[in-house]
Design a protein around this ligand. Sequence first.
Ligand SMILES: [Zn+2]
Length: 268
Amino acid sequence: MRAWPGSRPVGTLPAVRTGLAAALADLLLPRVCAGCGVPGAVLCRPCASSLAVPHLAQPRRFPAGFPPTVAAGRYAGPVRPAVNAFKEHGRAELARPLGAALALAVAAVRSGLDDPGAPVLLVPVPSSAAALRARGRDHVRELAARAATELRAAGVPASVARLLRRVGRARDSAGLTAAERRANLAGTLRLRPGALPPGAALVVVDDVVTSGATLTAAAGVLAPLAAPGGPPVLAAVVAATPRRTPRGTSPGKPHRARDRLSGQGGGD
Ligand SMILES: [Zn+2]
């Protein structure tokens, strides 16, 4: 039988008590789905299926230089609370299902390459220093690591390369035009040294794409690393903010990935 350290009562060890409380909560409280709140899995099957509809992300105003980007699902319905629970509320156990969704998006965007067997390098969009301080973790890096693991398990040569870093801080983007926002963001992203396997496809990864400004800025910074004549810088995200549909119409069913991918021609 295991003995407690020394013979002090547990009540005098606040750290141990806190750890115990967390462990007990894990044991006693039923897990609920981060998408819909149903007890059971961290992400129930129906909610997880919302993240298995890979499609080309199409921001409302396509920024010039926006990379070919596949999202695993729409940032709507149960996907929103699930992503936010992982990102803002510390539900780190969601790295597994969300990382699997990201892996699906990476595999889909890679399938549009001339050489679909190319190894992929996942380049996480770095968080700002302020976001890192507030969250205490780099959630996109966690997603990228999980996605690379999933891809390798499926036989895809994949690894994570932290080729981007943030410098300084972006100005508040409120009130800026799309072009100003891109310039604002691009000014805070820099290349960091890293070895590139020859022939590897660079895939910028992030949690959510909305305007496309961040992915465009990241792809612009990475562009000099892409081999001349080789594949363009690609991007993959867990979810894309759906475009608002005109009033009086309802959003159509998501197209199958292949339809959307072939519609875009697999790159620009
Ligand atoms: Zn659910």
